[in-house]
Ligand binder design. Structure first.
Ligand code: SAH
Length: 256
């Protein structure tokens, strides 16, 4: 399964917004920016807002029309801040991202999708929206629904990256989340509880004749948050340190 995303800006008038989009794309592990009828993108402002995502800016490809920019894409997703009376279905951003991932995993060969963003003042034209397979909406305050262009690119890129990671897909340059480290075994936990109990009794914190619910509560806490082997070693190390007869190098009073 292979899904590649390209981000397409249409008619952008502030080069800073192109830089912000480049930054957002790179932050989420994507790489390709296409510009349709945009202002110059090799400006001081653009590089300042790109904040180091210079490669994406420099390699951005310029096109005269949206058709030319998305000619090699299987899906074209337009993003729109407000309702327009056109036939293309409008779907929430997260759902679109998830459905692109599902479609790509069902397709045999590589799929390329274009995520298209409109002009700062007027968004995408009706003609441009009709060129899209679907429209996406970032759910926001209905009375204040228009995000800054760079912010919209960030949210869409984030949702796409999350959807792609959730099915462990790694082929678009997005790094799959690392597997969580395995937690300590039941046996290791048992040794820890015995050790902890011994230290609590020897320090006078736990009265062995009247233990109440203390051990049960502690156990329940650690079972809900079972440590990894490394973390358990640290805890055992702390307990052992309290049992050593050596004086510590430095001491702190309780209010230090
Ligand atoms: N005033 C324009 C919005 C321009 S914002 C209008 O009303 O259409 C620039 C671009 O950012 C939009 O064309 C769209 O691609 C994207 N965008 C901003 N807010 C969005 C939202 N809530 N959902 C989806 N896309 C959004």
């Amino acid at each position: 399964m292979n899904l590649e995303l390209v981000f397409v800006l249409v008619g952008t008038t502030h080069s800073g917004n192109i830089g912000a989009a480049a930054r957002a794309i790179k932050n989420m592990g994507f790489a390709e920016l296409r510009l349709v009828d945009c202002c110059s993108h090799m400006t001081k402002d653009a590089f300042a807002r790109a904040s180091g995502a210079d490669g994406i800016l420099k390699e951005a490809k310029r096109f005269d029309t949206l058709d030319a920019a998305v000619a090699d894409c299987h899906n074209v997703i337009g993003s729109s801040a407000r309702d327009r009376y056109i036939a293309v279905p409008v779907v929430a951003c997260r759902e679109v991202a998830e459905s692109l991932v599902v479609a790509a995993s069902n397709a045999g060969d590589a799929q390329r999708a274009a995520m298209v963003f409109g002009r700062e003042r007027t968004g995408l034209s009706n003609d441009e929206m009709e060129r899209c397979t679907r429209l996406l909406r970032i759910p926001v305050n209905p009375e204040f629904s228009s995000l800054n262009l760079g912010a919209a690119v960030q949210v869409v890129a984030y949702e796409c990256a999350m959807a792609m990671n959730s099915v462990s897909m790694n082929s678009s340059g997005v790094t799959a989340a690392a597997e969580p480290a395995p937690v300590a075994s039941g046996e290791a936990m048992q040794h820890f509880y015995e050790h902890l109990r011994r230290v609590m009794i020897n320090t006078g914190f736990l009265d062995a004749d009247n233990p109440r619910n203390l051990m049960r509560r502690i156990r329940s806490y650690f079972e809900r948050n079972r440590p990894t082997d490394t973390e358990l070693n640290i805890l055992r190390g702390i307990l052992s340190a309290t049992e050593k007869p050596f004086p510590p190098k430095n001491t702190l009073k309780s209010d230090d």
